[in-house]
Design a protein around this ligand. Structure first.
Ligand code: NAD
Length: 477
């Protein structure tokens, strides 16, 4: 029975209602979580405000950093336990679950060392004046988190907010929140004061909506779908609350015919099968220069046929999707592929040991996808790669920029000039040249343009978003 975490202890919902926790590998419920509402969210905000006015507000940046370092160590000690929780909750293969736990450690380390390096400036001004700027925390930050990488997104978002001096109210996904409740307990054990980290579980339209509207929340960091991002921003606009939106993507992998194909293939495959394709930065579109199109599809077809989806503990290429509706979504896209006669180059397999009640989807490579087809335009959030040819740089740029999104792009070419031209012309928050994802990169600012959102998380840049700038002008004569 998982409880909300408010004021450093587990609490029941005011309503007494719960929700089931389901194992995506079997479709079976195995636990419950609290179905929170506006009253629970309000209790969390009150706890946070008291903490801010009390012990948290008195800590120096260095002391906050020390707490984050201690939490990093504690999470490292509990990495296997946290990975096991995440594995069962989200259906992640062992390698991925473990990588997520270690990324959480890195986020706490990185932000533990960053908060006391955040400083303002002095500005030359009129005779007799001195002007300085201070970076101040917003106060209570709200964090709405999706189910695909709960630990990683908690680490980057809450880690950055705490380092900058904020206290946090977190609304995790109703589909994956157990690891975060455990991390909050570990934070209490290493000395985070009561109210610094609060977690209220439940549905988005109940707890998430209450968070977006609560006047005691001073900044919102939302990671999730463009649809809900719009709702959050509209609600926040009513009270002029600043919002960071980390939304979806339709990442293009742009492969020119001078590319190092041997190097590219593992990246191209991994970028669409990692986390079963349920990744905002998934490389879900493959744009290939015409001369390389047939040979590359042939080699990728072989690679796709060798991919296996199966039980998370078997640690295969893919685990199950998160839930039944997500599986239906992926099947819906594949039904359209068949209806429209688009050629499927290859599919991987779901192994026989996988439960028939689990939410498994076979990875699929589809070719000759028209640029305006729904498969080329919308986020599937599943392991389906849409390939299409292009003729030259201009067409590659047009196709790459031809969706509503702009999160991440990959460019594969040995031509140095083209590398830089493409990096400039592609609309995206991150561009990777001859790699994709650069190993996760806790240090690398991340975020989107257009319908992929605005604001940046990760890296030092995130601290700017978790603070507000105050200008102080002193007339001293
Ligand atoms: P989602 O938008 O359905 O849910 C995200 C969170 O919002 C959940 O906690 C949910 O409970 C909450 N929510 C739902 N309705 C709400 C409402 N009316 N008001 C307030 N909160 C509400 O997204 P999801 O299905 O959990 O995650 C998948 C999406 O997240 C994809 O679009 C993916 O690309 C995106 N994503 C983006 C990033 C990024 O960094 N850009 C990272 C991971 C996931």
């Amino acid at each position: 029975m998982a409880l909300h975490f408010i004021n450093n202890r587990g609490v029941r919902s005011a309503s007494g209602q719960t929700l089931p926790v389901t194992d995506p590998a079997t479709g079976q419920a195995y636990d419950t979580l609290e179905r929170g509402n506006a009253a629970d969210l309000d209790a969390a905000v009150r706890a946070a405000r008291e903490c801010l006015a009390g012990p948290w507000g008195k800590l120096s940046a260095a002391e906050r950093g020390r707490l984050l370092f201690r939490l990093a160590d504690k999470v490292a000690q509990h990495a296997d336990e946290l990975a096991a929780i995440e594995q069962r909750d989200c259906g992640k293969p062992t390698k991925q679950a473990r990588a997520d736990a270690l990324a959480l450690v890195r986020y706490f380390e990185f932000y533990g060392g960053a908060g006391d390096k955040l400083h303002g400036h002095t500005i030359p001004y009129l005779d007799g004046y001195s002007v300085l700027t201070w970076r101040e925390p917003h106060g209570v930050t709200g964090h709405v988190i999706p189910w695909n990488y709960p630990m990683q997104i908690f680490g980057r978002s809450v880690g950055g907010a705490l380092a900058a001096g904020n206290v946090c109210v977190v609304k995790p996904s109703e589909d994956a929140c157990l690891s975060l409740l455990r991390v909050a307990e570990l934070a209490a054990e290493v000395g985070f004061p009561a109210g610094a980290i609060n977690i209220v579980t439940g549905y988005g339209h109940e707890v998430g909506d209450a968070l977006a509207r609560h006047p005691g929340i001073d900044h919102i960091s939302f990671t999730g779908s463009p649809r809900v991002g719009t709702l959050i921003q509209q609600a926040a606009a009513e009270r002029h609350c600043p919002v960071t939106l980390e939304l979806g993507g339709k990442g293009p992998q742009i492969v020119f015919d001078d590319a190092d194909v041997d190097a590219a293939i593992p990246f191209i495959v991994n970028a669409i099968v990692q986390n079963s394709g349920q990744t905002c930065s998934a490389g879900s579109r493959l744009l290939v220069q015409r001369g390389l199109y047939e040979p590359l599809l042939q080699r990728l077809g072989e690679a796709f046929r060798g991919l296996r989806a199966g039980p998370p503990a078997a640690d295969l290429d893919l685990g199950p999707l998160i839930r039944q509706t997500q599986l239906e979504r992926v099947r819906g896209f594949l039904d359209e592929v068949c209806r429209d006669g688009l050629p499927i180059v290859a599919q991987g397999q779901v192994v026989a040991e996988a439960s028939e009640h689990g939410y498994y989807a076979a990875p699929t490579l589809v070719r000759d996808v028209p640029p305006q087809h729904r498969l080329a335009q919308e986020e599937v959030f599943g392991p389906v790669l849409a390939a299409m040819p292009f003729d030259g740089e201009d067409e590659a740029v047009r196709l790459a920029n031809g969706t509503a999104f702009g999160l991440v792009a990959g460019v594969w070419t040995r031509d140095g000039g083209r590398q830089l031209r493409m990096a400039r012309r592609v609309k995206a928050g991150q561009v990777f040249i001859n790699n994709y994802g650069a190993g996760g990169g806790v240090e690398l600012p991340f975020g989107g343009v257009r319908s992929s959102g605005h604001g940046r998380e990760k890296g030092f840049e995130a601290l700017l978003g978790f603070t507000t700038l105050k200008t102080v002008a002193i007339r001293h004569g």
